[in-house]
Design a binder for this molecule. Sequence first.
Ligand code: 5GP
Ligand code: ZN
Length: 112
Amino acid sequence: MDCLFCKIAAGEIPSAKVYEDEQVLAFKDIEPQAPFHVLIIPKEHIASAGEITPENSGIVAHIFEVAATLAKEHKLADGFRVVTNCGEQAGQTVQHLHFHMLAGRNLGWPPG
Ligand code: 5GP
Ligand code: ZN
């Protein structure tokens, strides 16, 4: 399958890794939108949040455990945001489930 994040997960395309285990990979976004901007992805190909099912939803809980661990490791006590864009109107550009983890500046709400 021709999927950028599958290739990054497989190590075929290099990334700046911040966390890895058997199920997930976290790496720095190539175009950071905040001082801390990491993408957390399942190694398994899931196209988007719209494809979460009872069979694969466990990975989402695990991803949030990883986010909490990263927040402690990187001392993000002032706050952070975890967000996933699903579909065209939300601005999803890579069709492999990924959670943006952003921190290090006032992020504002609502998002643009
Ligand atoms: P989306 O727009 O789908 O929510 O998020 C895709 C994200 O992937 C964007 O923030 C973009 O900067 C990032 N991205 C796209 N290609 C690459 C890449 O090759 N390496 C890394 N590290 N990030 C990428
Ligand atoms: Zn993929």
